[in-house]
Design a protein around this ligand. Structure first.
Ligand SMILES: Nc1ncnc2c1ncn2[C@@H]1O[C@H](COP(=O)(O)OP(=O)(O)O)[C@@H](O)[C@H]1O
Ligand SMILES: [Mg+2]
Length: 319
């Protein structure tokens, strides 16, 4: 471990959680130590803690309550000194309307219709999923076979001032979705998330703090065809925002279709979500060795972000 030297700058780094999970959900538990190994000091705070405004760099992690406090959250993302991922990416990515942008850029996404408040919602034939455009942890997402019930759920979201997303229900979700984790623009690891939404008409079960729906996760080694969907999404977003892929500290791409359980290999895999705000990165799904390496990559990414921001150890050396 490097020792603190008084003549070098020690940036204050904060990992942001939320009031119910101020230290995250445990998946990121190794990150503070991974940074410490590189001579960097980080601590956890709830995003709404005013002390976040004193930090040199805030890294979004378990800020999972933002859908209920959206305006406050977005204005906070713009008021901290430096944010990862950057506020412009967060603002774009917080609203699943981005799926339509990705579709236009040639990324295979789950067919999506977006209905802002005030616009009549059209429910296509067949089973659908209706969910809020701004949502996390499956809050407000439900399956429907009855179009009237689907329209009623959409109307309820609109009444709360929330834009609505309607997608055909993709039955391949019974095999789960594959979460592809990219660190510093490179594919790092992957895990599988079991299906979350119960049959039409009922809401999912939530874990004890009520912040996110109960998930069953396991390690995965997806085929390259699945990874390709992730690479296309990373390429699209880095082009849109004119950033280098290596400067994207973390991204998670959730893909439906071709999860290992089918045994038949991927067929038309489609992006369900690109998560640049606060995705859980599934470090806990990895073997000890792979976990340590992924956490090291994360720490290296933080270190190079600090350099880029002029916050590296030698950036503020006293004369
Ligand atoms: N079109 C769909 N077809 C099948 N399952 C879906 C679909 N959309 C969402 N789901 C299920 O609902 C869960 C939550 O939806 P998602 O789009 O991932 O929103 P978020 O995770 O941001 O709440 C997914 O993990 C998946 O299990
Ligand atoms: Mg999701």
């Amino acid at each position: 471990m490097k020792l603190a030297r008084p003549d070098i700058f020690h940036p204050r780094i904060v990992f942001a959680g939320c009031p119910t999970l101020p230290d995250g959900d445990g998946d990121d538990a190794g990150l503070v130590a991974a940074l410490r190994t590189r001579g960097l000091h980080a601590r956890w705070l709830s995003w709404d803690d005013p002390a976040t405004l004193d930090a040199d760099l805030v890294v979004l992690r378990a800020t999972w309550d933002y859908p209920e406090r959206l305006d406050e959250y977005l204005s906070w993302t713009r008021s901290v000194r430096n944010l990862i991922n950057p506020p412009a990416l967060v603002e774009w990515n917080i609203d699943k309307h981005y799926l339509i942008d990705l579709d236009r850029l040639g990324v295979p996404v789950v067919p999506t219709q977006h209905f802002p408040v005030g616009q009549a919602v059209r429910i296509p034939a067949g089973e659908v999923v209706v969910k809020p455009a701004v949502g996390a942890g499956s809050q407000g997402a439900q399956r429907f076979v009855d179009a009237d019930a689907a329209a009623a759920h959409a109307a309820q979201l609109h009444a709360q001032g929330r834009a609505v997303l309607v997608q055909p229900y993709d039955p391949r979700i019974v095999d789960g979705e594959t979460a592809l984790v990219f660190l510093n623009g490179e594919g790092s690891h992957a895990f599988t998330k079991g299906p979350i939404l119960p049959a039409a008409g009922s809401a999912p079960e939530f874990e004890e703090t009520g912040t996110y729906a109960t998930e069953s996760l396991s390690a995965a080694e997806p085929d390259d065809e699945i990874w390709e969907v992730g690479r296309l999404a990373i390429a699209a977003v880095t082009r849109m925002f004119d950033i280098a892929a290596r400067d994207l500290l973390y991204a998670r791409v959730d893909v439906i279709g071709g999860a290992a359980a089918t045994g038949s290999g991927p067929d038309d895999p489609r992006l369900l979500e690109l998560e640049l705000v606060e995705p859980s990165l599934g470090f806990r799904q990895l073997s000890a060795g792979n976990r340590a390496e992924a956490e090291r990559q994360f720490a290296l990414g933080v270190e190079s972000a600090l350099e880029r921001l002029g916050l590296g150890p030698l950036s503020h050396r006293r004369p």
